[in-house]
Design a protein around this ligand. Sequence first.
Ligand code: SAM
Length: 279
Amino acid sequence: MEMWLGEAQIKDAVMTYKVKETLVTKKTPYQELAIVDTYALGRMLLLDGIVQTSIEDEYVYHEMIAHIPLFTHPNPKKVLVVGGGDGGSIREILKHPSVEKAVLCEIDQVVIDECKRYLPEISCALDDERCEIFIGDGIKYVHEHKNEFDVIIVDSTDPFGAAEGLFGGSFYKEISECLTEDGIFVAQTESPFYLPEVVKRVYNDAKAVFPVTKLFMAGIPTYPSGYWSFTVGSKKLDPEYAEIDNKYDIENLKYYNKRLHKASFVLPQFIEKLTRDGK
Ligand code: SAM
């Protein structure tokens, strides 16, 4: 019998995947978790029915969310990931030789455990000695750590439930205080095609806090519309004009390169407009 998984992240549009096998389903204290194996995209993590990552396309999201801020910063030593329990961002962060410590602050231990079990290609760096795992709410963690991180990556679920407070002005103010003086942060900020009002609001909230605010894009097949935005807030460094050409290269990346780093900030008209309109 054929089994199809429908993901309705957007109210009136559903993405469907043909399922080979359901590997695990669990109700955690925070969300419903499932890991399924699909024909088109391999194993896939879902939280509350929403696709978080898949073996076949995860590199786009994880390379872009990590390498844009880490190549922008001249000497990133301490990095914080809020969310990101699948471990993909940590794997990419630890490819940078200057990084001495990467803290993962994930609210849900079950996500980490099941990703270690079923998605080892993504979670493989979580046992690295430079990675410290903290189980708890990212909002509280950021509030309790001042002037500590060179780079902060908000690798969260969508802006509902436990992740709601991770999108918005008061959290960005706390992030700014948690960063060092030339610190930079990046967050995944949804589809400008389906959720332009979220992209615009988040951009304006970040702009009210950070001297440099930029939006960049990546093509991610499993996310609604395939067209995904990331918002950067930075105290000094401009990621679009960062001096990256003479920096080291990282071997075997599948999406990020230094030309793309700059090009990803060139926005189509309808997205650029979201960053221009003001509130
Ligand atoms: N790449 C993904 C995406 O955009 O679909 C995000 C993946 S990662 C699995 C998201 C993680 O954020 C989840 O494991 C969730 O438990 C975690 N999370 C949500 N709210 C959080 C909070 N307030 N503090 C820390 N982690 C949180």
